[in-house]
Design a protein around this ligand. Structure first.
Ligand SMILES: Nc1ncnc2c1ncn2[C@@H]1O[C@H](COP(=O)(O)OP(=O)(O)OP(=O)(O)O)[C@@H](O)[C@H]1O
Ligand SMILES: Cc1cn([C@H]2C[C@H](O)[C@@H](COP(=O)(O)O)O2)c(=O)[nH]c1=O
Length: 218
């Protein structure tokens, strides 16, 4: 987690980054953090599962141990509860922006879509853990499965989720796209088959618009 010290009077914003593994969100979260900091936004950059000392321990377990799908969902939300309590809510209360590599949409997509957990149970967990909090903006990095797979294979040792089969990722991606259609005001879908440079141009436009709107609201 990193925070900066430059000040710009803007209403706090919560931005989340989503997509199947290999879609490119971690590459772009660093760009977004730099872009906003250079424009005077005080922000906290974090991730899920993780973002706190307890959350990072849960992340190790979640990414490497097999477990019942509902245990997996409960641990994701346990990590999230801690993340909200220790990081997200305090930062927003201080007026800072929070950018998070994944949030609850990932639970809907992976545990709901990918693993097939009843989405009504997921909604209950969401209503329990963060009844009032939703991201202001969710960037969904969308790519065909083969593109994501090729990127992952080229770069690293795969964790438990990354080792899943194509059907799992197809269902995960479908659930992300279903949620984007369900919440169009919050989601922006980024075509992540574009080059990194082209995506950065698109992100810069989007962030400029958000900064302008935030300036007007301050
Ligand atoms: N638009 C792109 N074009 C080509 N390569 C890309 C693009 N975006 C990301 N990559 C490369 O793909 C690999 C995976 O990217 P990254 O780690 O950002 O994905 P991710 O979606 O965060 O994956 P995970 O969720 O598993 O962490 C990296 O090597 C990155 O450089
Ligand atoms: C928050 C969240 C995450 N996951 C999965 C998705 C990814 O495969 C890993 C996290 O790895 P990343 O490289 O940091 O993206 O966890 C999930 O299944 N459910 C969730 O709620």
């Amino acid at each position: 987690m990193i925070s900066n010290s430059k000040a710009r009077e803007l209403p706090a914003r919560f931005i989340t980054f989503e997509g199947i593994d290999g879609a490119g969100k971690s590459t772009h979260i660093a760009f977004v953090a730099d872009y906003l900091r250079q424009r005077g936004v005080q922000l906290v950059s974090s991730r899920e599962p993780g973002g706190t000392s307890l959350g990072e321990k849960l992340r190790e377990i979640l990414l490497h141990e097999k477990m019942h799908l509902e245990t997996e969902a409960l641990l994701m939300f346990a990590s999230r509860r801690e993340h909200i309590a220790q990081v997200i809510a305090p930062a927003l209360a201080r007026g800072e922006w929070v950018i998070s590599d994944r949030f609850s949409d990932a639970s809907f997509a992976y545990q709901g879509g990918g693993r097939g957990m009843d989405l009504r149970k997921m909604e209950q967990l969401e209503a329990w853990v963060h009844p009032e909090l939703q991201p202001d903006l969710t960037l969904l990095f969308d790519v065909p499965l083969e593109v994501a797979r090729a990127r992952l294979d080229a770069t690293r040792e795969l964790d438990k989720f990354e080792q899943e089969q194509a059907e799992f990722f197809a269902a995960t991606r479908n659930e992300y796209l279903r949620r984007a259609a369900q919440f169009p005001a919050r989601f922006r879908i980024i075509d992540s088959t574009q080059s990194i440079a082209a995506i950065q141009v698109e992100l810069a436009h989007l962030l400029d618009a958000l900064l302008e709107k935030s300036d007007a609201a301050s």
